[in-house]
Design a binder for this molecule. Structure first.
Ligand SMILES: [Zn+2]
Length: 417
């Protein structure tokens, strides 16, 4: 038995470059929008069987009854669909490590032609999902394949959850978490530019429906515009956000950001006719939250803010619903998972920077609900995710794979045969 050297790992990952590129391009070709991931799941099941035991974990419509179920897209069917659980069994005695990443992607952006036809140019892969998160799946696959080719025998188990529906609130991960899992550490793979994100903010996606009193434009004084009420709620919530932001300063890792938890209004719908006051209007948006508040507290404060916002009509004529509710997640940056991974990053030439994620993802399910120490880490940049120029560098994927192989040996224990 002997330890692997960094040059050996780099050489093994480098040899797989063509396989990594092909794997990623093949995966991008599946238009795996939330609810339509099954072909991508089948592909991943087949490929990960080369490196470990693959279990298909069936989903069921009972998931919709869960209090943490997210439903920004209504009526998604679960029967006949599945997540994947991959296990590379260790020889015993070491720490286990769980990975999570997702196979679903957001729809193509305006101006993104042929989003599901991967394009490789100057060592970068373009296409929907290239960094969020199919490049992550490719990095994990490359790491496990490189470890196998190097003849590494780890002591602890390596587990991976390859899930559906991350983009609509984490329903795939929710299903995995509800069936239970044990691990000594977890890495949720999302594009972080190889930074280790040990704190992640939460978020709520909300829908406010206002009702007014409809009527002809000629009957001024007798109508109440639901559209104007909806606009009023946006003002009220912006003021609430300013107060929430002020109360959320001084939290480690988040404080370097001017606004780590923005409020965004993404949809406004009202009316059918220019000369008719609308009876109903709705606003949809997202509000971020930091570890000083739970999603339940924020939801209650939003409701209070609208109710007490000073408009007598609005007070009794709005409905506030939540389609997605995530708490923040915080892991002590001094935890061995953070320090060990940072050390492996630096050895491989990456910065090993530890920071906070100013977006929400599935990490809180593992960290808060299963009490598995969790970080978010991966190649590629969040600035390209969901954009019309989504892309990732193949060298970044290789670098991530090198770091992961190195870290697996450190964390799980073990050596080359
Ligand atoms: Zn993602």
């Amino acid at each position: 038995m002997k330890q692997m050297t960094l040059p050996e790992i780099c050489a093994a990952v480098g040899t797989l470059r063509g396989i990594t590129e092909q794997f990623l391009c093949d995966l991008i070709r599946f238009p795996s929008l939330p609810g339509k991931e099954q072909q991508a799941v089948d592909f991943a099941a087949q490929r990960f069987a080369e490196v470990g035991e693959v279990e298909r974990v069936p989903l069921s419509n009972a998931l919709r009854e869960d209090e943490d179920y997210s439903d920004p897209v209504q009526g998604i069917e679960y029967e006949g669909r599945s997540n994947l659980r991959v296990r590379v069994a260790g020889t015993g005695g070491g720490r286990s490590l769980l990975f999570n990443t997702h196979l679903d992607v957001v729809p193509p952006s305006p101006g993104q032609d042929q989003a599901f036809e991967p394009r490789v140019s100057a060592d970068r892969v373009y296409g929907r999902g290239s960094c969020d998160a199919k490049g992550q799946v490719a990095a994990l696959f490359t790491a496990l394949l490189a470890a196998q080719r190097l003849g590494v025998r780890l002591n602890g188990d390596v587990l991976a959850h390859l899930v559906v529906e991350e983009e609509v609130g984490g329903n795939g991960t929710l299903a995995m978490v509800r069936r239970g899992e044990q691990a000594d550490g977890c890495i949720v793979m999302e594009p972080t530019e190889l930074r280790i994100l040990s704190s992640v903010r939460g978020a709520v996606w909300f829908r406010i429906t206002c009702t007014g009193r409809a009527g002809h434009s000629g009957s001024a004084g007798q109508t109440i515009s639901a559209l104007k009420m909806a606009i009023r709620t946006m003002d009220i919530l912006e003021q609430y956000h300013a107060r929430l932001l002020a109360a959320s300063r001084g939290i480690p890792l988040f404080d370097q950001f001017a606004n780590p938890m923005p409020i965004t209004f993404g949809k406004l719908a009202a009316g059918v006719w220019p000369a008719t006051t609308p009876a109903s209007a709705s606003v949809e948006g997202v509000l971020g939250l930091l570890p000083n508040k739970t999603h339940k507290a924020v939801a209650e404060e939003m409701r209070e803010a609208i109710r007490d916002g000073g408009d007598e009509w609005l007070r009794d004529h709005f409905k506030l619903e939540f389609m997605y509710r995530h708490d923040s997640h915080v892991l002590d940056p001094g935890h061995p998972l953070v320090k060990g991974l940072a050390e492996c990053c630096r050895e491989a030439g990456a910065s090993g920077e530890v920071s906070a994620m100013t977006a929400s993802c599935d990490s809180w399910f593992y960290n808060n609900q299963l009490r598995i120490p969790t970080v978010v880490f991966g190649p590629g940049s969040l600035s390209f995710a969901h954009s019309n120029e989504e892309q990732i560098g193949l060298d970044e994927i290789s670098e991530a794979a090198v770091i992961l192989v190195r870290f697996l040996a450190e964390w799980c224990g073990g050596a080359k045969r």
